[in-house]
Design a binder for this molecule. Structure first.
Ligand SMILES: NC(=O)c1ccc[n+]([C@@H]2O[C@H](COP(=O)([O-])OP(=O)(O)OC[C@H]3O[C@@H](n4cnc5c(N)ncnc54)[C@H](O)[C@@H]3O)[C@@H](O)[C@H]2O)c1
Length: 375
């Protein structure tokens, strides 16, 4: 096809797997990422990488002018629920303002297709055993609200400007590439499977947050899908839009839930090393139970997850064993060879530092209060 897919956040965990599956499917890909949590080494070398910020309108304008963009996949954003509770400004800025910028650029340059990473957090706690897309939306954290606000804007832009969307609400994502070359490497890892695999490999004790939730064993219950199944769904979602089909909001989940305790036990089974764990306090913003109905994904995309929980854990273990330091210090360094696929740099530091300065000041204040109170 004559043109490129622009992937925002394509150096991050899910984005880098989507880039790889897009390349495998024959698409020409260009990535924009500010490397706040992403890694150059994660980006497929067949894709072009622009190191820059999605909120930078001038940069977007240059990218859209220099390239024929067929559609955008938006992964860029911040993802830690408790952090969003203490830093809402930063979360709305990265998860909502960034979407305003990308839609503005799409409108100006006549690009009509967007695939958007949303989240199950838009539903909040649901009494339904399996959540359908028309379930009531009541996020319980600034993270969830920032994503819901972005969804609303995307839907409004279809009515006003004819920009079509495929909004994916996904649940918990885990696993790594099938060859163990790329995988999950968040700077602060809060996701249960990698945290548990790490605990099993290192022998360090981990915590399960809360044991008084309304679930079968009192620990949070979540729906998990493999990152490659998720990436495949994104490719299908983009193809659906490029084929001229209607916009859609689609859950990506497995229709099955596992409690935190069950995950910890399964990791022990897969690695052969039982995990040391204890209960910790509840975390702010965590819902009791979240499981997705994937009927709509089956009907519209012909998609269903192919890889099960044990496969997700096994692939995460392989990735971690092959990369004990994950992307390590080399993650954002590049060789002359690499530089061929990195287009140019921009002034993303400005965007990176603005709210982080406020957060750093908050942390400093908290430290002083702790010291003053001898805590
Ligand atoms: N990981 C999950 O389990 C999960 C679940 C539901 C939804 N999601 C959604 O999927 C998306 C990707 O999540 P992930 O786990 O890959 O996170 P990630 O932190 O690994 O990736 C996000 C990427 O976006 C980049 N980025 C952030 N802000 C940017 C900006 N303003 N400009 C340019 N680049 C920017 C980061 O550097 C990083 O490479 C997020 O939008 C998240 O809300 C993730």
């Amino acid at each position: 096809m004559d043109g490129k897919i622009l992937v925002t956040g394509g150096a991050g965990y899910i984005g880098s797997h989507a880039v790889r599956q897009l390349v495998r499917a024959g698409f020409d890909v260009i990535v924009i990422d500010n490397l706040s949590t992403g890694h150059i080494a994660a980006v497929d070398k067949k894709a072009q990488l622009v190191v820059g910020d999605v909120r930078n309108l001038a940069l977007l304008d240059t990218i859209f002018t220099k390239n024929k963009i067929l559609g955008v996949m938006q992964f860029a954003g911040k993802i830690i629920v408790p952090e969003s509770v203490s830093h809402p400004l930063s979360y709305y800025d990265d998860n909502f303002s960034a979407v305003i910028s990308i839609l503005r650029a799409m409108r100006v340059h006549g690009v009509k297709n967007i695939v958007f990473s949303s989240t199950a957090a838009v539903y909040g706690t649901s009494k339904e055993p399996s959540i359908k897309e028309d379930a009531p939306l009541h996020p319980e954290s600034p993270y969830g609200f920032s994503k819901l606000a972005a969804e609303r804007l995307i839907c409004d832009c279809e009515k006003a400007y004819g920009i079509k969307h495929c909004i994916f609400r996904y649940f918990n994502v885990a696993g790594a590439s099938d060859d163990g070359s790329i995988g999950e490497a968040h700077p602060v890892e809060t996701h249960l499977i990698p945290v548990t695999v790490n605990a099993s490999i290192t022998g360090r004790e981990m915590q399960i947050f809360g044991n008084d939730y309304q679930t079968r064993d009192g620990t949070n219950l979540r729906d998990y899908i493999h990152v490659l199944d998720l990436a495949d769904a994104h490719v299908l979602g983009m193809k659906m839009l490029l084929d001229g089909k209607d916009s859609a909001i689609i859950n990506l989940g497995s229709d099955k839930g596992y409690t935190n305790k069950e995950i910890v036990e399964t990791v022990g089974e897969v690695t052969g090393i039982p995990v040391k764990w204890k209960y910790g306090p509840r975390r702010p913003g965590d819902a009791d139970s979240i499981v997705a109905s994937n009927e709509r994904a089956k009907a519209l995309l012909g998609w269903a997850p192919k890889r099960d929980l044990k496969q997700m854990i096994q692939d995460d273990v392989n990735w971690r064993k092959k990369h004990p330091k994950l992307y390590g210090k080399q993650g954002n360094k590049f060789s002359k060879e690499d530089k061929k696929h990195i287009l140019f740099y921009n002034d993303s530091r400005h965007y990176l530092s603005f709210y982080e300065d406020i957060e750093a000041a908050d942390r400093e204040k908290a430290k002083k209060i702790k010291i003053a109170n001898n805590l």
